[in-house]
Design a protein around this ligand. Structure first.
Ligand SMILES: Nc1ncnc2c1ncn2[C@@H]1O[C@H](COP(=O)(O)OP(=O)(O)OP(=O)(O)O)[C@@H](O)[C@H]1O
Ligand SMILES: [Mg+2]
Length: 257
């Protein structure tokens, strides 16, 4: 994105935002509620167009050339957006059926990805029979099943309790790295970002980058360096954040070793 601005009526939601995501990276967009994270994601997916500036995904303007990116991008949302009258596997195969793949191919891919996100045995359960964490796993399987190059996640981890969230995001990041996908994920929790992102963009409102940083694997293993990054980010976001406030495990982890 280069110098992207977006208004909703008179309201400025995105203010000359520039950011880059490289192939194979996991990038976190972090910011307070209302910072414009979801709007930036919608701009990246081309579901809305910028007023000014340019958005390019693989050299293509996603809002103008939606078809060129068909099947190359997938998304999972804050709420799981599963269809309650379909089972886990029927939800997971939905993206492929929309892309006109055969039923057999869709079913095979859906079962494969449900197993990869550790939902073996739950394939034929209906949505109401699944826990919140399991539902998010189904929506991740649905996103992965279309074999996209680029995956967008909007607050997929941050609505879950901290332990469930950590297990899910680590499972997910392992898969993403193994199969070499690119992932942009939105979160308001610093912990989510520090745990799996290669790079983090902190946004303030109206959406613009107020801090950009990288997280190396070495940093991830160094509690002191992580605590430093956490402080920098918390300061950029302004004030205490949920993870600093309410997650005792997080600060305990920082103190360990
Ligand atoms: N379609 C729209 N029409 C009008 N205003 C909008 C629209 N979409 C978003 N906004 C406004 O733009 C701002 C950014 O919204 P956005 O949903 O991108 O924030 P966010 O960072 O994703 O917040 P959250 O963490 O709560 O999900 C908000 O003030 C919101 O009210
Ligand atoms: Mg949002």
């Amino acid at each position: 994105m280069r110098d992207v601005s977006k208004h909703f009526g008179d309201f400025l939601a995105v203010d000359q935002l520039s950011m880059t995501v490289r192939r194979g990276e996991i990038v976190a967009l972090l910011g307070r509620t209302g910072a414009g994270k979801s709007t930036v994601m919608s701009l990246s997916m081309g579901t809305i167009a910028p007023d000014q500036g340019t958005v390019q995904v693989g050299g293509v303007d996603p809002s103008r050339e939606f078809d060129a990116l068909r099947g190359k991008m997938a998304v999972a949302f804050q709420t799981d957006r599963l269809l309650p009258w379909r089972t886990a596997v029927e939800n997971a195969e939905l993206g492929l059926l929309i892309l006109n793949r055969s039923k057999a191919e869709a079913r095979e891919a859906a079962l494969h990805w449900l197993a990869r996100v550790k939902l073996e045995g739950a394939e034929h359960k209906y949505v109401h029979e699944l826990s919140g964490g399991m539902r998010q796993r189904v929506s991740l399987a649905r996103a992965l099943a279309v074999d996209p190059e680029l995956i967008f996640l909007d607050e997929v981890f941050s609505q879950l309790d901290h332990v469930t969230s950590q297990v899910l995001r680590r499972d997910f990041s392992r898969i993403v790295r193994e199969v070499g996908k690119t992932c942009v994920f939105v979160t308001h929790r610093i912990e989510d970002a520090l745990d799996i992102a290669d790079r983090i963009y902190v946004l303030d409102a109206p959406a613009r980058v107020c801090l950009a940083l990288s997280v190396s694997e070495q940093t991830r293993r160094d509690p002191r360096a992580l605590a430093d990054l956490h402080d920098q980010i918390a300061q950029a976001i302004g004030g205490d954040t949920e993870s600093a406030d309410h997650d005792p495990n997080y600060s305990e982890n920082q103190d360990l070793s």
